[in-house]
Design a protein around this ligand. Structure first.
Ligand SMILES: Nc1nc2c(ncn2[C@@H]2O[C@H](COP(=O)(O)OP(=O)(O)OP(=O)(O)O)[C@@H](O)[C@H]2O)c(=O)[nH]1
Ligand SMILES: [Mg+2]
Length: 681
């Protein structure tokens, strides 16, 4: 192939999209065509290699992001197939954190659906270059150009069309390569393994030239070299074009677009070429500037000879609870037996096995290098988002953000002798998944688990039985509330007591102020002369204030959307006890909160409901009864799409309601929007 093709090297790539867009189906083709697997596994048969968990196979959806490795045109592809369901958003977040590029898959009928929008923005936040694969060109209603328009309007992307569909719906035959002016088609008897290349038929030649001219124009607008060619009327060579596309993709200016029908085995090989040609290898990325534990900037370079720096992006319990950590190596090498440091815990560990992961299977490889994604055994204290590094050069890579749970249920083991085992097992599951929490309720003594949605908790409960042999009964799902305040208030906290023969005194004044929605809990030092307070006592005061956000005055839910300021801190003669200062600040904060009209806030969900016109009235009526608010109504030929905001508390069992209101023809998706003060019915 062309000389400019960046062959060799590694591509760490994620497949991201809305639920059911065809990510796993596409990944299965990639594994088959690259020779990684010798049988094509289908999601709908429960046989996809990547969806290897029984909970995934039974539902035909991806739940955990699965890692695999294959080779294409001298490059090594480390792929992560992510779930589209919003309950498993942490799986997308952790994947995007360690990947260098992404393929966004869009359904040619559904277009840019809500969850694709969310994951696209997640990728933008991580600065990840992307390609687009418009899938399901074989389906009735497939419309390639509509998806292109939505890429621009909904995602603000600049699409660069490299392959166009050749035929569509049941006549979808293959794709037109605009760069090379060729037609690619695939036969059915070899499951698309062989790509046939021909000249375009005469009736398509004119349209192809128009599309190609549009491609060159878009490229010229985003690349100076091609602009020069364009202005001087020169036809750029294919190599020059590829190099320009690569530059513009890595520079996040353009998004190359491919198309096909993964299920029909069409269009996948040109996308694979695109991944190698246009997405970055770790060597293309600039060195990372991070910090050491003292806060001093350190550069982490992509070099095998540099000290080790790796990020733990996932923890998985394998083989009856043994802990495996997934690592992305940013620099250095790692071999079995090496001693490494976890700077967060200060713990040193010896690396046990190093494994190359292929979905549910693992091969022992003995060592790993910069750029690799591997599993390792032996990191005792590692948690998701931790850095693992050389003991003599501690660094802290950027961690992984996890959303807070919004729903909870009470659990109890069917056999009460299992109570301790339940607590231990829930602890392990929470280690795997930072969006899952388990605790014992102080008042009722019940075990409460919380997570991102009903499906999330249902899957975790099933895993308790299947993987750990724990049968449990579960209560009804409840939303997880937050607390906030309605007005500013000030409180005073005084600690004045004789303790252990000495007199202790500290007095603090704290003011709380409401903030706008989405601003979270903030704390601030507003002392007039903080330098007069001994530093350890000042630190104790500020930590207490910051930690005060963990639990509100009403029911102990976390506080949101308010600011707490400490304005006065007086210490008694000879006072040096941190505990005394903490108590004074904490009393002052409690008193301020109590007078600030505290209220509960509930999670509000953004809903997108698709329904045939005739059921609209009923859906809107029902939404109003659920305290929902319609925000936008769009639609085309007989169908309406309703965007609405409604409290999660009223949405339990909504999928059954939608099915019955629309005779099974309507559907919806929802994702968390924000917390707000609970409105009355
Ligand atoms: N007609 C048609 N159906 C497809 C195509 N690709 C995938 N499908 C079907 O779409 C459904 C969903 O495919 P998946 O590959 O599981 O989708 P996914 O994006 O991995 O879904 P999640 O992992 O649950 O987010 C399956 O029934 C596939 O057979 C395609 O090109 N054409
Ligand atoms: Mg999937």
């Amino acid at each position: 192939m062309a000389a400019e093709r960046k062959s060799g090297g590694i591509r760490n790539i994620g497949i991201i999209a809305h639920i059911d867009a065809g990510k796993t189906t596409l990944t299965e083709r990639i594994l088959y065509y690259t020779g990684r697997t010798h049988k094509l596994g289908e999601v709908h048969d429960g046989e996809a290699t990547m969806d290897y968990m029984p909970e995934e196979q039974a539902r035909g959806i991806t739940i955990m992001s699965a890692v695999t490795t294959c080779d294409w045109k001298n490059a090594r592809l480390n792929l992560i197939d992510t779930p589209g369901h919003v309950d498993f958003t942490i799986e997308v977040e952790r994947s995007l954190r360690v990947l260098d590029g992404a393929v966004g898959v869009f359904c040619a009928v559904g277009g840019v659906q809500p969850q694709s929008e969310t994951v696209w923005r997640q990728a933008d936040r991580h600065g990840v270059p992307k390609l687009v694969f418009v899938n399901k060109m074989d389906r009735v209603g497939a419309d390639f150009d509509r998806v292109l328009t939505q890429l621009k309007t909904k995602l603000g992307a600049v699409p660069l069309v490299l392959t166009r569909p050749y035929g569509q719906e049941e006549n979808f035959k293959g794709v037109l390569d605009l760069l090379r002016r060729r037609v690619y088609s695939w036969a059915n008897d070899d499951l698309g393994a062989e790509m046939k290349e021909t000249a375009p038929p005469p009736d398509l030649a004119a349209a192809l030239e128009t599309d190609r001219a549009a491609l060159l124009e878009t490229l010229a607008e985003n690349d100076d070299e091609i602009m020069e060619d364009y202005l001087e009327g020169r036809e750029p060579s294919e190599d020059r074009l590829r190099a320009a596309i690569r530059r513009a993709t890595l520079g996040l200016k353009l998004v190359p677009v491919f198309c096909g029908a993964a299920l029909r085995n069409k269009g996948v090989q040109p996308l694979l070429d695109g991944i190698v040609d246009y997405l970055p290898s770790p060597a293309d990325l600039p060195p990372l500037t991070v910090r050491d534990p003292q806060g001093i900037p350190v550069q982490v370079e992509f070099r095998e000879k540099a000290p080790l720096a790796a990020l733990v992006f996932k923890i998985q319990m394998v083989d009856q609870g043994r802990k495996m950590s997934f690592l992305r190596l940013y620099s250095g090498r790692l071999a079995e037996g090496d001693e490494v440091l976890n700077p967060r815990t200060g713990q040193k560990d010896k690396i046990g096995r190093i494994l190359r992961i292929h979905a549910g299977k693992r091969d022992r490889i003995g060592e790993a290098r910069a750029g690799d994604l591997v599993g390792v055994v032996g990191l005792r204290s590692a948690a998701t988002g931790d850095t693992i590094c050389a003991p003599d050069r501690p660094v802290l890579l950027e961690s992984i953000q996890a959303a807070d749970p919004v729903i909870s249920i009470a659990l109890e083991p069917k056999n009460s002798a299992d109570l301790d085992k339940l607590a231990e097992t829930l602890g392990k599951l929470a280690e795997e998944d930072p969006t899952f929490k388990a605790k014992i309720d102080d008042q009722t003594g019940q075990t409460i688990i919380s997570g991102m949605g009903e499906l999330h908790l249902e899957v975790l409960t099933q895993r308790l039985a299947r993987e750990f042999g724990l049968s449990v009964r579960s209560g009804k799902p409840q939303v997880v509330f937050r607390e906030t305040i309605g007005q500013p208030a000030t409180g005073e906290g005084l600690f004045d007591r004789d303790l252990g023969g000495a007199h202790h005194r500290a007095r603090a004044v704290v003011t709380v102020l409401p903030l706008s929605r989405g601003e979270g809990y903030q704390s601030e030092n507003r002392l007039a002369a903080p330098e007069t307070i001994p530093p350890p006592l000042l630190a104790a005061a500020l930590t207490t204030l910051a930690e005060g956000g963990h639990s509100g005055p009403l029911q102990g839910f976390p506080l949101l959307d308010l600011k707490a300021e400490v304005t006065e801190l007086e210490l008694g003669e000879g006072e040096d006890s941190e505990a005394v200062v903490r108590t004074a600040v904490s009393l002052a904060l409690r008193e301020a909160l109590g007078q600030a009209a505290p209220t509960l806030m509930e999670p509000l969900m953004h809903l997108e409901i698709t329904t045939p016109d005739e059921f609209m009235g009923e859906i809107i009526g029902d939404l109003a009864a659920r305290r929902g608010r319609v925000e936008e109504l769009t639609g085309q030929s007989g169908f309406k799409v309703l965007s609405a905001l409604a409290p999660l508390n009223e949405l339990f069992g909504y999928s059954t309601a939608i099915r019955s209101q629309t005779q099974g023809r309507g559907s919806f998706t929802m994702h968390f929007s924000h917390y707000d003060v609970a409105a009355r019915k």
